[in-house]
Design a protein around this ligand. Structure first.
Ligand SMILES: Cc1ncc(COP(=O)(O)O)c(C=O)c1O
Length: 290
C-alpha cells in the first residue's frame, strides 16, 4: 500500500491530493506554460536528480522562466514529498509553472512561479512485459514544425505526444514513435528510441530535435561500458523497421523492448540479446544507487 502526496509552493506544505488545488488562473493550467521532470526513486532518492534538475533549468531557460528556488530547496521539496508518502519508492514529478496571472497571454504579468511536486507509489510494468516487449507504431504526427518550440524543452505542453499516442492506439499499438518534420525518427511519446543492427547500438542524434533523455544518456554510457559500439546518427523509419532489436528508454520504465513495430515482429518477438544484456546492466546500475 502506498500513498500519494503533493507539495505546493503556494502552501509551502505537503498535502493530500484532495487538498492539492491550484488556481484556474495558473498559466500551467491555462497554457501549459510550465516545465517539468519525471523521476523515480531508488532508496528514496530520485535517480539522477542532479541531471534532472539541470534539465529543468535548461527547459526553464528555454521558455524564459526564472526558477526562484535553489537546487537545494528543489531537492528538499522532492525529499519532503516522498517522505510524506511513506512509500518505499516513489514516482516523482516536479512541475514549475509561470504562476498565476491575468487572463492574457503576456508572460510578464505573472511574477511568481508555482512549484508542484507529486509523489506516488512507483508502479513498474511487470517482469513479463519487459521480456515480452510492447508494440509501437511510427505515427504521422511529427515533432513541432518550424522552431515554434524546441523539442529539447520539457514543457508542460504534451499535446503533440498525446495526439501521437492517440494515433498509435488507433492503429492497435501501445506506444508511439514520432518523426521529425523531415521524416527522421525522433523519439517515443515519452521516451527515447534505440535500435540494434548487427550488434551495433544506434539512437537518433540530438540534432534531429528530441528531448535529451536522462535514461538515454545513462544507457549510452552503459553501451560503451559494455564494450559495444554506439552510434548516434540520423535514423530513418526503414532502418528502425529493419532492426534486429528496438527498445525505448525513460526514467520510469527504464529499458522497454519493442517487439512489434508497425504490426510486424521485431527480431524473434521477445526482448533481444543485447537489450537483455543492457537491461541487466541498467538494473545493476540502479542497484548500485542503494
Ligand atoms: C518526449 C520525451 N522524450 C524522452 C523522454 C525520456 O526522458 P528521460 O529518460 O529523461 O525520462 C521523455 C520522458 O518523459 C519524454 O517525455
Amino acid at each position: 500500500m502506498g500513498a500519494t502526496k503533493v507539495y505546493l509552493s503556494t502552501l509551502d506544505a505537503v498535502v493530500d491530493p484532495a487538498a492539492a488545488t491550484i488556481s484556474v488562473f495558473d498559466r500551467g493550467f491555462l497554457y501549459g506554460d510550465s516545465v517539468y521532470e519525471t523521476m523515480r526513486t531508488v532508496a528514496g532518492v530520485p535517480v539522477e536528480r542532479a541531471r534532472h534538475l539541470a534539465r529543468l533549468h535548461r527547459s526553464a531557460d528555454g521558455i524564459g522562466l526564472g526558477i526562484p528556488w535553489s537546487d537545494d530547496a528543489l531537492a528538499d521539496a522532492l525529499a519532503r514529498t516522498h517522505a510524506a508518502t511513506g512509500n518505499d519508492e516513489s514516482y516523482v514529478r516536479m512541475i514549475v509553472t509561470r504562476g498565476v496571472g491575468p487572463l492574457m497571454l503576456d508572460p510578464r504579468r505573472s511574477e511568481e512561479p508555482t512549484l508542484v511536486v507529486i509523489a506516488m507509489p512507483l508502479v513498474l510494468p511487470d517482469a513479463a512485459a519487459y521480456s515480452r516487449g510492447i508494440s509501437a507504431v511510427i505515427v504521422g504526427t511529427t515533432k513541432v514544425q518550424g522552431g515554434m518550440l524546441d523539442p529539447a524543452i520539457k514543457s508542460g505542453n504534451y499535446l503533440g505526444s498525446i495526439l501521437a499516442l492517440r494515433q498509435a492506439i488507433a492503429a492497435g499499438g501501445e506506444d508511439a514513435i514520432l518523426c521529425t518534420p523531415t521524416g527522421e525518427i525522433a523519439e517515443g511519446a515519452t521516451s527515447n528510441v534505440f535500435f540494434v543492427r548487427d550488434g551495433v547500438v544506434c539512437t537518433p542524434d540530438l540534432q534531429a530535435g528530441l528531448l535529451a533523455g536522462i535514461t538515454r544518456e545513462v544507457v549510452c554510457e552503459l553501451v560503451v561500458a559494455l564494450g559495444l559500439t554506439l552510434r548516434t546518427e540520423r535514423v530513418l523509419p526503414e532502418q528502425l523497421r529493419a532492426a534486429d532489436e528496438v527498445f525505448l528508454t525513460s526514467s520510469v520504465r527504464g529499458i522497454m523492448p519493442v517487439t512489434t513495430l508497425d504490426g510486424r515482429t521485431v527480431g524473434n518477438g521477445s526482448a533481444g540479446p543485447i537489450t537483455v544484456r543492457l537491461s541487466a546492466r541498467y538494473e545493476a546500475y540502479l542497484a548500485s544507487l542503494r
